[in-house]
Design a protein around this ligand. Structure first.
Ligand code: TRP
Length: 450
């Protein structure tokens, strides 16, 4: 069957679609929360290095493999190296990772969606900004967070099932710039609050005693999570890219744009955290406590708060579409299920895993495995195990199992002449990035001692 595959029409389309997958709750929720928990600047610096030295090369490798294979991720890795079918494990691990990520991501997205309504109501009634107590009541509840979460899963599933994802991704071309503008507005306000400078120091003046094996490992894991790497999403996106896309510059721009959004979010949140006397290590609640407080100090603040959570919800939706697409593509491709069925099964799977994740922040607090509740456990497994190991395997496939000339040809595409950066990126993919992953991984698990 040689059905014409869908694809991105242009280089700009490839760029925006990739950004739409990368930018999401990872930037505005996870990055600040992890930076806060892990002591600030030293973590941020490690994260930036991880993006440049590992994330970027692996993003390029995934795009190149996807474009070479022109198939979904599971099918790509099943056949990428002739007679070495076991690389398909990358694809399967990716399907598992997609479920684990969605289980907690949909909970957080549910908070974001509910904050649109809650901040609207607060604006309408003229009550004060949403507080830490408001957030705690929501996140540790039973029915309220579950209903929002399930609502989000159904909403995203409908988009994917109706095949209008492209429309949403096109819409993000419009909404991303507005989100960026709102973040800038937040930055300006937050940075001019009395006592704000402590937040800047926290974010940019590294105290290296804060670094440990586990902190470095989570910075690496965040780089993978942020760029949607190590589980096939970006391989699938590569398979939609026309030959004309210059993979390395494209990936560079994506990584840069994505990192910029995270830093802007950090600059909105931490100055406010210090100015208002919140706890930087608050954890997952950080975004929800600090942003309403910043906006409350502005004219039309209520209106901006509603808008902020609305745009964040859209960004999260773009990321979730790309996540759900992984199991859906596998179920409808390899397993030959009709697409609507594939979407329903995926959604049910997410809900089944999502319920314990959500309840683990409230009524099921005591239920622990490896000293973690389900929310943290799922996050830990995907971020610190599945994504880095998936990335390592991808680097090994690209650098060691494919013929160098084949891989470099795919990387070059229609780029004429021998571009210096192609060889440089290849050296990273083959040696430096995998070596770094192995080192960080072993160090994170205490192999080199504490
Ligand atoms: N990158 C997205 C974010 O930061 C999340 C995401 C979307 C993702 N697709 C992914 C993470 C695939 C890992 C793998 O919000």
């Amino acid at each position: 069957m040689t059905k014409q595959r869908d694809g991105f029409a242009s280089s700009l389309g490839a760029f925006t679609a990739t950004v739409a997958s990368a930018v999401g709750l990872g930037n505005i929720w996870k990055f600040p929360y992890l930076a806060g928990v892990n002591g600030g600047a030293a973590f941020v610096l490690t994260y930036l290095l991880a993006v440049a030295l590992v994330g970027l090369p692996i993003l390029v490798a995934e795009h190149a493999i996807g474009r070479k294979m022109r198939k979904d991720a599971v099918a790509s890795y099943a056949t990428v190296v002739p007679r070495e079918g076991f690389w398909v494990l990358i694809g399967y691990a990716g399907v598992v990772a997609a479920f684990l990520i969605m289980a907690f991501y949909s909970d957080v997205a549910g908070w974001v969606f509910s904050y649109i309504v809650k901040s609207f109501m607060a604006a309408f009634r003229g009550t004060g900004p949403l507080s830490a107590q408001d957030f705690a009541a929501l996140a540790s509840g039973t029915w309220e967070p579950l209903i929002w979460q399930i609502g989000v899963v159904v909403f995203v599933s409908l988009i994917v099932a109706a095949g209008v994802s492209k429309g949403i991704e096109a819409a993000t071309k419009l909404t991303m710039p507005i989100l960026l503008a709102l973040l800038l507005l937040c930055d300006i306000r937050a940075l001019t609050l009395p006592g704000a400078f402590k937040g800047v120091t926290f974010l940019f003046a590294p105290d290296f005693s804060k670094l440990s094996g586990t902190v470095i490992l989570s910075a690496l894991g965040l780089a993978f999570f942020k760029l949607s790497l190590g589980m096939g999403t970006m391989t699938t996106y590569g398979s939609y890219m026309p030959e004309s896309v210059r993979l390395v510059p494209n990936a560079g721009r994506v990584a840069l744009a994505d990192t910029l959004v995270s830093i802007l979010a950090g600059l909105a949140i931490f100055p406010a955290v210090f100015a208002f006397g919140f706890e930087p290590a608050s954890g997952p609640s950080l975004l929800f406590i600090s942003i309403p407080a910043v906006f409350s100090k502005m004219p039309f603040g209520n209106f901006f708060t509603v808008l902020f959570f609305l745009l964040s919800a859209l960004a999260a939706t773009g990321a979730m579409i790309s996540l759900i697409e992984v199991p859906v593509a596998w179920l409808s491709g390899k397993m030959k299920l009709p697409r609507p069925k594939a979407v329903i099964i995926t959604a049910l799977g997410i809900i089944v895993l999502g319920i314990p994740a959500t309840l683990s922040l409230g009524p099921w607090k005591e239920v622990q495995l490896f000293k973690m509740g389900f929310f943290d456990l799922f996050d830990y497994i995907q971020q610190n195990l599945l994504l880095p190991l998936g990335g390592l395997a991808i680097a090994i496939v690209a650098g060691w199992r494919l013929r160098k000339s084949d891989f470099l040809n795919e990387l070059a595409g229609q780029e004429k002449g021998k571009k210096w950066y192609l060889t440089l990126v290849y050296i990273f993919i083959k040696y430096i990035s995998p070596a770094l992953i192995v080192l960080v991984f072993l160090n994170g698990f205490g192999v080199f001692g504490k």
